[in-house]
Design a protein around this ligand. Structure first.
Ligand SMILES: *[C@@H]1O[C@H](CO)[C@@H](O)[C@H](O)[C@H]1NC(C)=O
Ligand SMILES: *[C@@H]1O[C@H](CO)[C@@H](O)[C@H](O)[C@H]1NC(C)=O
Ligand SMILES: *[C@@H]1O[C@H](CO)[C@@H](O)[C@H](O)[C@H]1NC(C)=O
Length: 546
């Protein structure tokens, strides 16, 4: 339409609404900032890469995100798949692991097609990737859309140094990525009705660093205004790689690496870092890795000082739980029996082609590497304390054996316990003591034929068991997991998807998987875990996690 004169404009609007009512076109959605157009994908609609924040670039780099305020004069094109936030990506092959873009704060919405339904519950999704890498596109939605039970919203948030650099003071407080997630959740609450989503029925889910993010969002007291339930898959706020100390030293070190010299204070450092390109800043991550992608989270969540503007987290998560001041909505936390296989498997690689796997090299370098592999580098006060701990855990898990393919299983158990399982138990323990709304948990034991450990190592001769993502990627498919599902996995996948759909609308906060109803841990003496295996599901009670 080309209406220039006023009387014609009025005429055209009238014609427009009678000839093709925008209400009739499911691809056109009206938001406060204007209209957007999504895509028809056959069995579902998508509305991708919708900005929820101002671009976090220029002056807005290293600042809390600002709500999106541009107006669209033309119809916004919501058919572009989401770009990943700029990152040093473990899964990009070769020396140059730079991927993504700095301008990346968007949500992407996927809506099933079903003409007999006017609205859907909503599942908001936070991707994993150690707070360092990954993106909204890394988890697929085809599987979920085929089942047609809910609207899915994938959130992009800042990663690595751009998302988490912190000098521990009000100048550069950190946690920008978590603040992004929170703003995205507010956006979803306010706008999802325009897409046919039910703003009262929002479930937040995430895996790994996404699971930890979900937990951290829930630890905000007003979380119940943003979602009615949450699930943290294989990642929670107490995992040792989530909240780390020592961030200030790393911030200034990064400054030196990118040519800011010895910045005299945080404000000077921040100013200098803002003058550098985002690529320079993110490429500096390589200098924080001692080999391969170790430590896997050199930049991550911090406890901010109380005077930080728009602080997200000002107390250690365990203190927040003990205070009882967090979002009182039903929450589930989960683990798989060998979660740590993701990180341990990396050591099976002959990374520098010396003819020796990293695991063999570890025999000589245990005291140097273990604190980075298992994230106690900055939590021990002295070198002696650190070495004592290294000695103790080696003895506890592998005894006097050398690290070889034969002792790999025990080595992997150490990773599972320290990086995932023990802190999941600790979290559930605090929630059962101090929480008021249901706290659920499941353990999944059903190895994928090919999961992330096989993907990383290309080894078929080692038994890894049930590794990180073997459950989650049955819901949101991922390239690291074999896409061809077995019949038992098809059944589990269906149960998981129903579990999410039902949890998002449950009035009483009940969580069910197949025929099993999860038991609440709040106030309980024993841990109540739902065990999910190839055979089915079963409620079990334990004094300690199995
Ligand atoms: C469409 O929605 C109705 C009502 O919720 C449901 O009974 C039906 O199974 C759905 N159809 C498909 C194909 O998902
Ligand atoms: C790489 O190989 C050399 C000798 O070939 C060895 O000294 C070194 O420790 C190896 N590992 C790493 C991680 O650099
Ligand atoms: C993890 O938990 C188990 C069981 O509670 C315990 O035996 C083990 O020592 C813990 N591991 C570490 C490293 O604390």
């Amino acid at each position: 339409m080309n209406c220039v004169r006023l009387f014609l404009v009025i005429n055209c609007l009238w014609l427009g609404s009678s000839a093709s009512d925008p209400d009739d076109d499911p691809l056109l959605v009206e938001l406060p900032q204007g209209k957007l157009r999504g895509r028809d994908n056959g069995n579902y609609f998508s509305y991708e890469s919708i900005p929820y924040a101002q671009s976090p670039t220029g002056d807005l780099r290293f600042e809390a995100p600002e709500p999106y305020k541009q107006k669209w004069l033309d119809t916004f094109d919501a058919t572009q798949s989401p770009v990943a936030c700029l990152q040093w990506d473990q899964f990009t092959q070769g020396d140059n692991k730079l991927a993504g873009e700095e301008d990346c704060l968007t949500v992407s919405i996927y809506k099933p097609k079903n003409s007999s339904r006017i609205s859907y519950p909503v599942v908001a999704h936070i991707h994993g990737g150690a707070f360092m890498f990954g993106g909204a596109a890394q988890n697929g939605h085809e599987n979920v859309m085929r089942k047609g039970k809910f609207i899915l919203v994938k959130i992009s948030y800042r990663l690595g140094p751009l998302g988490y650099i912190s000098t521990g003071d009000a100048d550069l407080p950190g946690n920008y990525g978590l603040k992004d997630q929170r703003l995205a959740l507010q956006w979803i609450k306010q706008n999802i009705a325009s897409f046919g989503g039910e703003p009262e029925n929002i479930l937040l889910v995430g895996h790994s660093a996404g699971g930890a993010s979900v937990h951290l969002q829930l630890l905000r007291e007003d979380f119940s205004q943003l979602a009615r339930a949450a699930i943290s898959f294989s990642g929670n706020a107490l995992d040792p790689w989530v909240v780390q100390s020592g961030a200030r030293g790393r911030a200034f070190e990064l400054g030196r690496i990118v040519g800011c010299g010895l910045a005299e204070d945080s404000a000077t450092l921040k100013k200098c870092l803002k003058s550098k390109t985002a690529s320079e800043i993110v490429t500096a991550v390589r200098s924080f890795l001692i080999f391969s992608y170790v430590p896997f989270a050199p930049f991550g969540v911090v406890v901010e000082p109380a005077d930080a503007p728009e602080a997200f987290l000002t107390q250690d998560p365990s203190e927040v739980i003990k205070s009882g001041k967090f979002g009182q909505v039903p929450w589930a936390v989960t683990y798989v029996t060998e979660d740590g296989g993701y990180n341990a498997a990396l050591l099976l690689d002959d990374w520098n082609n010396s003819g020796k796997t990293l695991l063999e090299q570890l025999n000589d370098r245990w005291f140097d590497w273990a604190p980075y592999l298992l994230f106690y580098r900055d939590s021990k006060k002295t070198i002696e304390e650190m070495d004592d701990y290294s000695r103790k855990i080696r003895q506890e898990y592998v005894g006097n054996q050398r690290f070889t393919d034969d002792s790999y299983w025990k080595f992997q158990q150490m990773f599972t316990d320290i990086l995932f399982k023990n802190s999941t138990q600790d979290s559930l323990d605090l929630h059962r003591k101090y929480g008021k709304s249901p706290a659920y948990a499941f353990v999944y034991d059903n190895p994928a034929d090919r999961g992330i450990a096989q993907f990383l190592t290309k080894r078929r001769d080692i038994h890894f068991g049930t590794v990180h993502g073997d459950d989650y990627f049955l819901i949101f498919e991922n390239v690291v997991r074999h896409v061809q599902l077995r019949p038992d996995e098809e059944r589990i996948s269906k149960n998981f998807i129903n579990m999410l759909a039902d949890f998002a609308v449950s009035d009483k906060g009940t969580l069910t998987f197949g025929d099993c109803v999860f038991q609440d841990n709040v106030g309980s003496d024993n841990f109540k875990l739902l065990s999910i295996t190839r055979e089915g599901c079963e409620n079990k009670e334990y004094a300690e996690f199995p």
